[in-house]
Design a protein. Structure first.
Length: 373
């Protein structure tokens, strides 16, 4: 699939310049003659798995209901107005993963997952907004979308879902298979199924600075070094025993002011944080582990590929994979960066790696992070 088709004739750079986080874009037949990548029953089976995040949203007697999976049983297909949302389908389907990879003109640090929404007639999740960019690809059936650039993003109280209180649609579209709608963050929208339908959502990561700040402080807790213990040999008697003294305040404040962080601290934190798989992601080690020698022989011939579930990033001298970081020499770093970018490394490149890097790849293979061939 050419990116010019994917983006309705726009180059990735033009799309980013004119639309990304600025305004919506409706792309008719972004994927011509598109067919669903996963059958309905297979999607339902995924929703029954413990390691798959899923939600069921329904309207019963004009009341919104939300249930979290896994699901042993779903409503009957003839029942109207229910929606099944299955997150991270790209982790469990090679074709879904290949579709998600077509959006890698956006950095991996921002690309999140592919969610599939299955809905019966009139199904939807109500008018809402997302805090991140999203591409909405119609995979099966039809869905009516209403969108609005409204500033009023207040929500209805006491609902299990975040539904806008005063949704005022400004535009309306009906999407058919292959059509796709891009929406920037905080753009109000409401999608309603016209008959049975499936919609694929390509979502992006947009952590809040508060979330990043809290995670960074936890990360730094392991590296802070403040030797010594509070002492006060010059302590004076007080007639206000409940007051924290200036002496204690000043000494503690001076010690805390010694806490510093470097650019490398931020690099390592960000790489490990952004490459950390979600809590429900589990890797499958090889059923027949290889010795280091056997792994080197096979990998040098057939190359390696990253597991669909592996998140691998790099910056500067650091390489990050599944929440871990390492520093390598210049040659190894170049090759491992190629593995992160291409999601694979061929045999000749494997042979060019140092013995230490080969040993690292072998450990990753034993953990199920990479596959041979």
């Amino acid at each position: 699939m050419k990116k010019s088709t994917l983006l309705g004739g726009l180059s990735p750079q033009r799309f980013l310049q004119d639309y990304w986080q600025k305004k919506p874009l409706l792309i008719r037949q972004a994927f011509p003659a598109f067919e669903p990548l996963i059958e309905r029953d297979a999607l339902f089976n995924l929703a029954s798995e413990d390691d798959v995040e899923s939600r069921l949203i329904s309207i019963v007697d004009n009341q919104w209901h939300l249930q979290n999976g896994p699901f042993d049983r779903l409503p009957k297909l003839k029942q109207k107005a229910w929606t099944l949302l299955v997150q991270g389908v790209n982790l469990h389907s090679e074709s879904a993963n290949a579709l998600l990879n077509q959006f890698r003109f956006i950095p991996d640090a921002r690309l999140d997952d592919l969610m599939i929404s299955y809905a019966t007639d009139n199904g939807g999740v109500g008018p809402h907004f997302d805090s991140y960019d999203v591409f909405l690809l119609q995979a099966h059936g039809k869905r009516q979308w209403k969108i609005s650039a409204q500033d009023d993003l207040s929500l209805i109280n006491d609902l299990p879902l975040k539904i806008l209180k005063n949704f005022q649609p400004e535009q309306e579209f009906i999407l058919e298979p292959g059509d796709m709608l891009y929406l920037p963050p905080q753009y109000a929208h409401d999608g309603v199924a016209i008959g049975e339908c499936m919609t694929y959502s390509i979502g992006f990561r947009a952590p809040s600075y508060q979330e990043l700040g809290e995670a960074f402080l936890q990360f730094m807790a392991d590296s802070i070094d403040l030797p010594g213990r509070y002492t006060d040999p010059d302590l004076k008697a007080t007639n206000r025993p409940a007051e924290i003294s200036n002496l204690m305040f000043d000494k503690v404040a001076a010690e805390l002011a010694k806490v510093e962080f470097t650019d490398d601290d931020v690099r390592i934190f960000l790489g490990e944080y952004l490459s950390e798989p979600k809590a429900n992601v589990f890797f499958d080690p090889p059923s027949q582990p290889m010795s280091l020698a056997a792994f080197k022989k096979v990998a040098s011939k057939n190359g390696v590929v990253l597991s669909r579930k592996t998140r691998m990033l790099y910056r500067g001298k650091f390489v990050f994979i599944n929440g871990e970081s390492l520093v390598t020499d210049k040659n190894d770093k170049t090759l491992l960066a190629a593995l992160a970018d291409e999601r694979r490394l061929n045999g000749p490149a494997i042979r060019a790696l140092s013995p230490d890097a080969i040993e690292t790849l072998h450990a990753w293979h034993e953990d199920g992070w990479i596959l041979v061939g």
